[in-house]
Design a protein around this ligand. Structure first.
Ligand SMILES: Cc1cc2nc3c(=O)[nH]c(=O)nc-3n(C[C@H](O)[C@H](O)[C@H](O)COP(=O)(O)OP(=O)(O)OC[C@H]3O[C@@H](n4cnc5c(N)ncnc54)[C@H](O)[C@@H]3O)c2cc1C
Length: 582
């Protein structure tokens, strides 16, 4: 605890990376579920296994028909799966974010649509009520949400407003008695057809702001939902439009402060990311088991295909990125549970990393199965279809990358501003500004390291080489951030490709830190020799990241971005691909 940021609850680890600052306090020692909660989670996992493991055929049928029968939903309710994060005083199980994420991992081993039904209810549908609701609102609704008597849905997206969530057109007009009249239509709402409780975001143009969050009950006159969407994946989950025609919403249904609805929406999405993350990890674990069974059973050229290096490469990297995903999701869950205020960048990083890890694992698992993988009789094609959505919803990965990069650079820009008194001084005067951030970074590293290099001071010595690689990556990232900010200043907003490279570098480094923490804890608990495979995973991941980060940062100054964008403009202008060989 040598540094003030380690005890502050508002210092973001991820944002620190952009200014060369390694804040390891919240990552080491590696967090895990403890005591009574661990036992509770074990019991829940066992009951999920008992309930879901025998249902493989039914899940395939639900997917085929695109529906979860109401009897099945009733069984989920009876298992208590709608009560997971609701506090015990409102009849819920009161699980922490970390424990909840672990539970969704288990349901996702068997069926992604089930996880989505539970996740849309807990992670986003009722989360605003938990985070921003008044005591009266909580007392009124949470017990009914815990039993599943009311299923919850989160209504933000509209046909004209997806990533640009602030542009919603659903309107809530304030009446003389303080109530609101709600008009508009939301699209692609998970649980839209089954929910009784909706968290709805609407434009309210008040002095305080332009968007307000509301609790809307299905029983309010004028609420309706459309038919189920016919989807590529997570087909059994219920996705519909939800319409509000002159719905009178009482004043006491305002959720949080009037005009502060955008903040509510973002807080819900940030807080809910570990649910999606846990789900992705569970699906990966199942795919790895299936792939191992397939690769050992399948013989070609007189051998099990698991003996071929190209198959080992797939299985090894599937296990490594699953381990990395589980590590980063655990750290983000812990950040939320331990009251860290500023975790939104870490949460966004985990969503991007884990959703892409699952996509890779699902694709490779299908490939290992060859032609079988393509057949509906096998589980892979469904998992590939089910996995794809994770890169789109709860914030697309493009938007989240921009959020990661720009948030990190904003903090770095603020540091530059503080140090040079004037941002324009830094941005306009290359000589004056040169090296400020990197010398700030080395000064910071110096503060951590009375004996020299070890900014990642708590990493086990068996991984000191990897710690050094991460430290070097962080220092280089800070240099990259500085050079980009000096070159573009506020114009960085339009430099999406540069922002993406910085974001991707920071994501790799943050994930590396989570993995190093986890394997360090294992080494400390079990000793060298007992965790050889985990040490290998850490070494493999950090070396792979090191190469990727070097490539991203090199390309900040050495790229063909201009050509690529000009090419895109010309193809877009032509309206298509205008070449042929005939
Ligand atoms: C199955 C399913 C379930 C869903 N469940 C819910 C739910 O329960 N509640 C809810 O409110 N919503 C839900 N959604 C909506 C979902 O959150 C949105 O689809 C998502 O936010 C993206 O919005 P969009 O589809 O309009 O894409 P768009 O915003 O139109 O984006 C299209 C593409 O452009 C990219 N893009 C957009 N802006 C930029 C930019 N500035 N720079 C670079 N690239 C950009 C995007 O990344 C994306 O690749 C669900 C969607 C689906 C498909």
């Amino acid at each position: 605890m040598s540094h003030e940021t380690e005890t502050r609850t508002d210092a973001s680890i991820a944002k620190g990376l952009f200014l060369g600052d390694i804040r390891e306090g919240h990552i080491f020692p590696f967090p895990g579920l403890k005591g009574e909660e661990r036992e509770t989670v074990r019991m829940i996992l066992e009951s999920i296994d008992r309930f879901m493991a025998p249902k493989e055929k039914e899940f395939r049928q639900f997917d085929h028909e695109g529906v979860q029968p109401s009897e099945y939903i009733e069984e989920l309710k009876a298992l208590g799966l709608f009560s997971l994060i609701i506090p015990p005083e409102y009849d819920g199980l009161g699980l922490s974010n970390s424990a909840y994420s672990r539970v969704l991992q288990q349901t996702s081993r068997y069926d992604a649509s089930t996880s989505l039904t539970i996740g849309a209810h807990s992670s986003i549908g009722l989360k605003a009520l938990l985070l921003f609701g008044s005591d009266a609102q909580k007392t009124k609704y949470l017990p009914r949400l815990a039993t599943g008597e009311m299923i919850a849905a989160f209504c933000l997206t509209e046909s004209g407003s997806g990533s640009d969530a602030a542009s919603i057109k659903t309107r809530a007009t304030k009446n003389g008695d303080g109530s609101f009249t709600l008009n508009g239509e939301k699209i692609w709402i998970t649980n839209g057809g089954t929910a009784e409780f909706f968290t709805v975001f609407a434009a309210t143009d008040s002095d305080a702001g332009k968007i307000t969050a509301f609790i809307v009950e299905r029983s309010f006159s004028g609420v309706s939902s459309g038919p189920k969407e016919d989807k590529m994946g997570i087909r059994a989950s219920c996705t519909t439009t939800v319409r509000f025609d002159d719905v009178r919403v009482p004043a006491e249904c305002v959720l949080g402060e009037e005009g502060k609805g955008f903040k509510v929406a973002m807080a819900v999405l940030n807080n809910g990311r570990t649910g999606l993350g846990g789900g992705c990890v569970g699906a990966m674990k199942r795919l790895i088991e299936l792939s191992i069974a397939q690769a050992t059973a399948r013989k070609q050229f007189g051998k099990s295909i698991s003996e071929f290096q190209l198959i080992k490469e797939k299985i090894g990297s599937m296990a490594a990125i699953c381990f990395a995903s589980e590590s980063v999701v655990s750290v983000v869950g812990h950040l939320i549970d331990s009251g860290v205020e500023d975790f939104s960048v870490e949460a966004a990083m985990s969503k991007v990393f884990v959703s892409e890890a699952l996509w890779q694992v699902a694709d490779e698992a299908l490939q290992i199965s060859g032609g079988n993988g393509f057949m509906k009789e096998y589980p892979y094609e469904r998992v590939v279809r089910d996995s794809r959505i994770n890169r789109i919803f709860e914030g697309t990965n493009e938007i989240l990358r921009l959020y990661v990069g720009l948030s990190g650079m904003k903090d770095a820009g603020d540091v530059l501003k503080d140090m040079a008194k004037s941002v324009s001084g830094i941005f306009n005067d290359p000589i004056k500004g040169f090296g400020v951030l990197s010398s700030y970074a080395s000064k910071k590293i110096g503060q951590y390291t009375p004996i020299g290099r070890q900014a990642l001071s708590q990493v086990h010595p068996a991984l000191s080489q990897e710690a050094a690689m991460v430290e070097q990556g962080v220092a280089k990232l800070a240099q990259g951030v500085e050079s980009v900010l000096r070159a573009h200043g506020k114009g960085i907003i339009g430099q999406q490709l540069l922002t993406k490279r910085l974001a991707d570098s920071a994501i790799e480094l943050f994930v590396n830190m989570c993995v190093l923490s986890r394997v360090t804890s294992m080494l400390n608990e079990r000793g060298i020799g007992a965790v050889d495979t985990e040490v290998r995973i850490a070494k493999y991941l950090v070396h792979a990241s090191h190469q990727k980060v070097s490539g991203y940062l090199k390309a900040l100054n050495d790229n063909r971005d201009h050509d690529l964008c000009a090419l895109a403009d010309s193809v877009i202008g032509a309206g298509g691909y205008s070449w042929d060989v005939v």
